[in-house]
Design a protein around this ligand. Structure first.
Ligand code: ZN
Length: 208
């Protein structure tokens, strides 16, 4: 273990009592002073969402059980924007086992109901960014549940591209859909994700 217990305790004490914004700034400062090994370990074992789930970083909880936690995003797309995540450190959905995936989306859906009912939302967006190119900026699986209202100016629009040879495309995907994933990780998912350099791993920074 590169990042010693003492070092972690020191980081925690440096963050204690700070406001969310100050905490974010301080953490960025601490990370910039770390060695590459330490940063890697921070990414894998001590990422922000792991720290939140361990109670080492304060967040406003909306749900918690033994395996999952959901908190309010501190820089929400709309007020009430919730981030749901597994307590175990998975980088992307493709690494999670089937059972956990079911649980994750069951809970996401229930939180969505809470948002509809409790915040009078007129719609929700529930989504996951897998990988940095998809806009993910924290190396931990996060499900975003965003309350939506008419004219709230949040945009998920894109310019449609041409779809050529749909049958061939579909075949390529179908041939690689795993039947039963369980604990097995998918090779390419691992390779692609391990190449990713997450340069910002904070919740609520306006990314996903
Ligand atoms: Zn984590």
């Amino acid at each position: 273990m590169v990042l010693s217990e003492e070092k972690i305790a020191k980081i925690q004490s440096q963050l204690a009592g700070l406001s969310e914004a100050e905490k974010e700034k301080k953490l960025q400062e601490i990370i910039s002073g770390m060695s590459e090994d330490e940063v890697n370990e921070m990414n894998e074992g001590k990422c922000i969402f792991c720290l939140i789930s361990q109670g080492n970083i304060q967040a406003t909880k909306v749900f918690e059980n033994s395996d999952f936690m959901a908190v309010l995003d501190i820089n929400p797309a709309n007020p009430g924007h919730v981030i749901l995540f597994p307590k175990k450190h998975f980088k992307v959905l493709g690494q999670m086992d089937d059972y956990s995936i079911k649980e994750l989306f069951l809970i996401a859906n229930k939180i969505g109901v809470g948002i509809f009912e409790g915040l009078n939302a007129e719609g929700t967006n529930i989504f996951v960014a897998n990988g940095a190119v998809a806009g993910q900026n924290a190396p931990h699986v996060l499900v975003h549940i965003i309350p939506r209202y008419k004219d709230d100016k949040i945009s998920f629009e894109w310019v449609p591209k041409e779809l050529k040879d749909p049958e061939k495309l579909a075949k390529k995907i179908i041939s690689k859909i795993p039947e039963d994933k369980k604990e097995k990780t998918i090779k390419r998912v691992e390779e692609v994700i391990d190449d990713v350099d997450y340069d910002d791993q904070y919740p609520g920074s306006g990314f996903f």
